[in-house]
Design a protein. Sequence first.
Length: 42
Amino acid sequence: MRYPIGSCRDCGERLYEHIEGDYQCLNCNRRYESTEFEMRAA
Ligand SMILES: [Zn+2]
């Protein structure tokens, strides 16, 4: 399993890349759109 990119805004846990292309916190099962994290350029 790959893990990227940011942390859960609710609990601070690491997010995992979901197979459907978004991201999921395994701790609280919150899902995030991948686009939410693509804008962390600068
Ligand atoms: Zn969480």
